[in-house]
Design a protein around this ligand. Structure first.
Ligand code: DX5
Ligand code: ZN
Length: 220
């Protein structure tokens, strides 16, 4: 299997020292910046939007993985591409014509992915999987950082990896929410190959070392 990637979630960064935290990610063994966009409708929280992403892009030397937790994301795809998104993931639950929205993301020059909430069966992706560069499985209810990982995720990852294998696909499977050194290895063994980590990295004493440690566990 290809290398397991680590994507620090900038939601847990110190916004007063954003450039410092961006440099930390640049200089660490992390692979992507995970960027959480929340609209206060699809999820109960509001995070940040285009100007902040543009500011991150200005300093980031690694790809921006933009996770849209917004209703009708199709309204804003081109704008997110314009401010620097490299990968855009949209929730299956947030857009009626998912196939069209994924095409829109591709046409905007980005890699397209789908996110599933905890209780959306992975089977809904059976037909659309060949079009997904990545599937993000939420391992918490989206909206906030610092929540506890839900164990039901392991089985969901296994099912999704089997579905991809059965179709001869190499789809990336990303896990988001409550990822730590305690669950990383089991997630990878189940079939995940991108791990998002917010609090685990940014609330730690030595963020660079913590990132390195998580990456080594994930790739062990
Ligand atoms: C929550 C976001 C996550 C969040 C993860 O809705 O999608 O990316 O930042 O934070 P932790 O790793 O602290 O659970
Ligand atoms: Zn996220």
């Amino acid at each position: 299997m290809s290398k397991v990637l680590i994507a620090p979630s900038m939601l847990a960064a110190d916004f007063g020292n954003l450039q410092r935290d961006i440099e930390m990610v640049n200089n660490s063994e992390a692979d992507w910046f995970h960027i959480d966009v929340m609209d206060g409708h699809f999820v109960p929280n509001i995070s940040y939007g285009m100007p902040v992403i543009q500011a991150i892009k200005k300093h980031a030397t690694k790809p921006l993985d933009v996770h849209l937790m917004i209703e009708k994301p199709e309204r804003y795809i081109e704008e997110f591409a314009r401010v620097g998104a490299d990968i855009i993931t949209v929730h299956h639950e947030s857009t009626v014509h998912l196939h069209r929205t994924l095409t829109q993301i591709e046409d905007a020059g980005c890699k397209a992915g789908v996110v599933l909430n905890l209780t959306t069966p992975v089977s809904v992706l059976e037909d659309i999987l060949p079009k997904c560069y990545m599937v993000l499985l939420m391992s918490i209810n989206p909206g906030f950082g610092g929540q506890t990982f839900e164990d039901m995720t392991y089985n969901r990852v296994k099912k999704l990896r089997k579905m991809a294998n059965d179709q001869g696909l190499n789809t990336r499977i990303e896990i988001d929410g409550g990822v730590t050194d305690k669950n990383a290895k089991a997630l990878v063994d189940a079939g995940a190959d991108v791990l998002v980590a917010g609090s685990y990295i940014f609330k730690s004493e030595n963020q660079t070392e913590t990132t390195k440690y998580l990456k080594s566990i994930a790739n062990s």
